[in-house]
Design a protein around this ligand. Structure first.
Ligand SMILES: *[C@@H]1O[C@H](CO)[C@@H](O)[C@H](O)[C@H]1NC(C)=O
Ligand SMILES: *[C@@H]1O[C@H](CO)[C@@H](O)[C@H](O)[C@H]1NC(C)=O
Length: 516
């Protein structure tokens, strides 16, 4: 979960440069101005949920909570989509919602594994098939996605010409060739198609002559992936559902993914960021002189066998300012290569790297010969505002070893809740200004690495009190000045009067600090 969250944060930070730290963070929903009528959204509760699911072929259910901002933002789009899909037939598509916060529906929600809001699930064939909905959240997107989901999972090819057109028009087309529909392989293929239909265009045939030519013949049963990049097509060797899925997962992403805003490229990027493996990023001026040389060398690197699973991404530096900032790379330091470890997100980087050094540096990095990079802003020259600025380089002096009680806010410059909190923190800092044992401080978690072994920061703002005797206490209360002050006063301590147990905590903290 932690890793997944990290990947998502990274992806969002890199590509969009803002918002949404995770499912549970209640961030940034713009005010809903025009709420269209939701008469076409079917209201369900524990009393009639099961019956409705059983009686219908296709129901999308939104489990929501009235207080959830993302749900409020989805509501008008959901309503519009429901109205638009009302006329859809064969199957009828129903959009429903369940207030999962309502006491009587809580059991139902937990039965369906609802953990965050909104959770959307598609119930098909009377509830025999249940799938998580992870499609778009705007009306047009929902409509298109559901129409596609409601159709057959795989298209039965009617001619070679048709197959060629589909392959030509779509970046990822899967063609299954089988002897007949009742074949186990065919049935398993259809179930995989059902699951992955939003990522690939699945087609199948019982006639080998309908399979677009590649120079390699296929005989049934077989599955071939056609793609508009790299080697152009791949044949699956294992037709079991798991075998097929890992085949598609491995071959369906370009060897080197390019980071840009082209919608056609979005799926590959999502796969890159969510996929397993160590990630390698190359930033350079893709339009500049010598870019092709880098491209070729990098591509060859990606093709080479490695001791670990590696995923490669290339990005234009100017178009991906946010990503550069995220890694703490100045624009005049490109070409730059970054390796991001899989397990804990530690980063290794080389700036101004020459094309001839790429291979060697990556090998050194994989061999553990490169120091991890710790990102930090410079220590500010003046720091005389009530709320003190802490950067990674000053974290030890100003917080961890300060011998003071520091209320530390981890924030992001783009985060609206952080902006809202700022004046409160300032007032709090003014209230404590004559107390030399208490410091109110802030830490920009986007330009400074958060030591993840000490602070768990999954969203912004996150507040911790680091007490004078070394305890780190996360703040979970509301964001009023009174509550914050009470929290500080309740947990603050002084080294001089630390009890033996607390000193023990403090010294065990030291060990963690050494690992910073
Ligand atoms: C389910 O029950 C609720 C409350 O009793 C009602 O408001 C809703 O319209 C019902 N839905 C259906 C589809 O019968
Ligand atoms: C391929 O899939 C996309 C959606 O994933 C769909 O819009 C398109 O119509 C499909 N194309 C064909 C030829 O089936």
């Amino acid at each position: 979960m932690e890793k997944m969250m990290f990947a998502v944060v990274l992806f969002v930070a890199l590509l969009m440069g803002h918002v949404h730290m995770g499912v549970s963070s209640e961030a940034e929903a713009p005010p809903v101005v025009d709420v269209p009528s939701d008469v076409d959204v079917v209201v369900l509760d524990a009393s009639n949920f099961t019956q409705t699911i059983e009686e219908n072929a296709f129901v999308l259910v939104e489990f929501y909570a009235p207080w959830c901002g993302h749900c409020k933002r989805l509501a008008p789009e959901y309503a519009k989509a429901a109205t638009e899909l009302k006329s859809h037939d064969h199957p009828k598509i129903i959009l429903a919602k369940v207030d999962a916060n309502d006491e009587q529906n809580k059991e139902l929600a937990s039965l369906h594994g609802v953990q965050g809001f909104p959770t959307l699930k598609v119930f098909r064939d009377g509830g025999e098939s249940v799938r998580h909905y992870n499609g778009p959240r705007d009306a047009q997107g929902i409509v298109a996605y559901l129409k596609q989901m409601a159709g057959p999972p795989s298209h039965l090819l009617s001619s070679l010409e048709e197959a060629e057109i589909i392959v030509k028009e779509n970046p990822l087309t899967v063609v299954g060739v089988f002897n007949d529909l009742e074949n186990t392989e065919c049935q398993e293929f259809l179930s995989v198609a059902d699951e992955l239909r939003s990522e690939y265009n699945f087609t199948h045939t019982f006639d080998t002559s309908y399979v677009p030519k590649t120079g390699v013949d296929l005989s049934a049963p077989a599955v071939r992936l056609y793609k508009n990049f790299d080697e152009g097509f791949n044949d699956a060797s294992d037709l079991s559902p798991d075998g097929l899925k890992s085949f598609l997962d491995a071959k369906g992403v370009p060897l080197v993914v390019e980071m840009n805003k082209d919608p056609a490229n979005h799926a590959a990027l999502v796969k890159f960021f969510n996929g397993v493996g160590t990630k390698v990023f190359l930033f350079l001026d893709l339009k500049g002189e010598g870019a092709d040389e880098y491209r070729t060398a990098y591509h060859n690197l990606a093709k080479a066998p490695h001791s670990k699973v590696l995923k490669f991404l290339i990005a234009d530096a100017a178009e991906n300012e946010n990503a550069l900032k995220f890694f703490g790379i100045k624009e005049d330091k490109v070409p730059a290569i970054v390796v991001q470890g899989e397990s804990n997100g530690e980063q290794y980087l080389a700036l101004d790297i020459k094309v001839s050094e790429l291979d060697h540096w990556l090998q050194d990095c994989l061999d553990g010969k490169v120091e991890a990079h710790v990102k930090s802003d410079e220590i500010p020259e003046t720091n005389d505002e009530p709320v003190k600025v802490v950067v990674r380089k000053s974290l030890n002096d100003m917080v961890l070893e300060s011998g003071k009680n520091v209320l530390l806010e981890f924030y992001a410059p783009w985060c609206g809740h952080c902006k809202k909190l700022a004046p409160t923190l300032e007032e709090l800092a003014i209230d404590f200004k004559d107390d030399d044992k208490v410091v109110i401080a802030k830490f920009d978690g986007t330009t400074n690495d958060v030591p993840r072994k000490i602070f768990e920061v999954k969203g912004f703002p996150t507040l911790y009190l680091h007490t004078a005797n070394g305890e780190n206490i996360p703040y979970k209360g509301d964001r009023s000045k009174a509550d914050l002050a009470e929290f500080v006063n309740k947990h603050r301590s002084d080294r001089s009067d630390a009890s033996p147990e607390l000193s023990a905590v403090a010294s065990s903290e030291e060990t963690t600090r050494d690992e910073l």
